[in-house]
Design a protein around this ligand. Structure first.
Ligand SMILES: [Fe+2]
Length: 445
């Protein structure tokens, strides 16, 4: 993927397993249909944009929509079409412009300079996408078994990669619109769901030797492998996400002003960035007790019962300490999530914002586990025992980022539903706030 310092995932070590699991079931015809569906979704996400919206880069971590559109096409050209036919489709300079971080592929535009690329134009990038789609369609229609055996896993990876960038397009557009005093609207809100406050219930999980990680039967990024044993002490997990109202109580109690709640690095980040609230919260200029929040539907009143969003790991950790709780480990999260149906507020809902609980959770049920916001865990992003990145350039997808980042789980309101699963490991540096990241509390028993 590209991203952040790069977001998350992928495989190659897992690719053969992935291919066995996926392509045995998925004929070339079905793969072509899936390709068409995913690529169309990306362009439909961009449909509300004006030409000028495609080009701006709000900060080095975020990329222009035009760059995302080109980069995801470059991925198919580089890892599928060139190995298939060695044919160059875009300009010979495109690899320099649209390579994200693959050292094995070559030099590239510095990440923070993607917003300087006024050329190729938006129209030229769309033509590039169409040319890639045409070649991919031909390749899949041909359905040469030997070719699919060799490249099928890279096609599946390319589709999952593109879904990651669908989420990034929206997070990066929000970052850009939030910097504009006009506070542009990406898409009008469909309204806020249930807005009652519900008390937290703590669900208890007993200690034991558990298995986490992908079974390897469907697609998984390489960082979800191999499945392995972990010993988990007894723990408790909150049955819902932390709300804006609860986070507001932390702010009102001086949470941002008391170093005792903060990790040392977190306190330094709070001071250097001048944090006093989550990203996209703004005090009402006529009434300092009221807050507004920037959303993809523009600036509006803060809804108290929505899940708090756009907090860094440091803020999540400080809130948890103030609340006399802690963040879950990723193993605890996955143990709790095993067998829970993947349903929730995803990209397909087109809310593009976390939603309040519609009703109190039934006893013993975890709510908001998938979708709404990525949930920070206290676990450093590191390799599972026995992890092996793939050889070659695709081995750079995940493995080289396994340092100085924390794992997040569960997906968000801008994650495609078909992209998430209980074993999925996202990861970001602890001071990142522009992703849809929120808080679920855990505690010792
Ligand atoms: Fe990427």
């Amino acid at each position: 993927m590209d991203t952040k310092a790069a977001p998350a995932m992928t495989p190659e070590g897992s690719e053969s397993a992935l291919l066995d699991g996926e392509l045995d079931r998925m004929t070339a015809e079905r793969l072509a249909a899936r390709y068409d569906e995913v690529r169309r979704r990306t362009t439909s996400i961009c449909a509300p944009l004006e030409t000028e919206d495609y080009v701006v880069q709000s900060m080095p971590d975020a990329s222009p929509a035009k760059w995302h559109l080109a980069h995801t096409s470059w991925f198919f050209e580089t890892f599928v079409l060139k190995p298939a036919s060695a044919e160059e489709i875009g300009s010979e300079k495109y690899s320099y412009l649209f390579n994200s971080y693959y050292n094995a592929i070559g030099e590239r535009t510095p990440r923070g300079e993607r917003g300087l690329l006024s050329r190729p134009t938006v129209a030229e990038v769309y033509h590039y996408r169409e040319a890639i789609d045409k070649r991919m369609k031909t390749l899949l229609e041909r359905a040469d078994p030997a070719l699919l055996e060799r490249l099928g896993a890279s096609i599946v990876l390319g589709l999952n990669h593109e879904q990651q960038h669908q989420e990034l397009i929206l997070t990066d557009l929000k970052s850009m619109f939030a910097r504009n005093p006009l506070r542009p609207v990406y898409r009008e809100s469909r309204g806020i769901g249930g807005a009652e406050a519900y008390p937290v219930h703590w669900l208890r999980y007993e200690e034991g030797l558990r298995r986490i990680g992908s079974e390897g039967t469907g697609f998984a990024f390489d960082n979800e492998l191999p499945r392995h044993s972990v010993f988990v002490q007894s723990f408790q997990l909150a049955d819902r996400l932390v709300t804006n109202q609860e986070f507001y109580a932390f702010i009102n109690d001086g949470g941002y002003d008391q170093p005792r709640y903060w990790l040392s690095d977190g306190w330094a980040a709070r001071n250097s960035h001048g944090w006093t609230a989550p990203l996209y919260w703004e005090r009402d200029q006529s009434d300092a007790r009221r807050w507004r929040i920037m959303t993809l539907a523009g600036l509006r009143e803060l809804e108290p019962n929505e899940p708090v969003c756009h907090v860094s790991y440091y803020e999540a950790d400080a809130f948890a300490r103030w609340a006399e709780a802690r963040l879950p480990s990723e193993a605890e999260w996955e143990v709790a999530a095993e067998g829970v149906e993947v349903q929730g507020n995803f990209l397909e809902n087109e809310q593009f914002h976390p939603q309040p609980l519609a009703a109190a959770n039934a006893e013993g049920r975890l709510g908001q586990l998938f979708g709404d916001v990525w949930e920070w865990t206290r676990s450093p992003y590191s390799p599972y025992p026995g992890y092996r990145p793939a050889p070659g350039a695709l081995g750079e997808y995940n493995g080289k980022f396994m340092c100085n980042q924390l794992v997040l789980r569960g997906g968000s309101c801008v994650t495609p539903r078909s992209h998430i699963r209980s074993t999925y490991r996202n990861f970001f540096p602890p001071d990142a706030r522009w992703q849809f990241s929120g808080i679920r509390l855990a505690n010792d028993v």
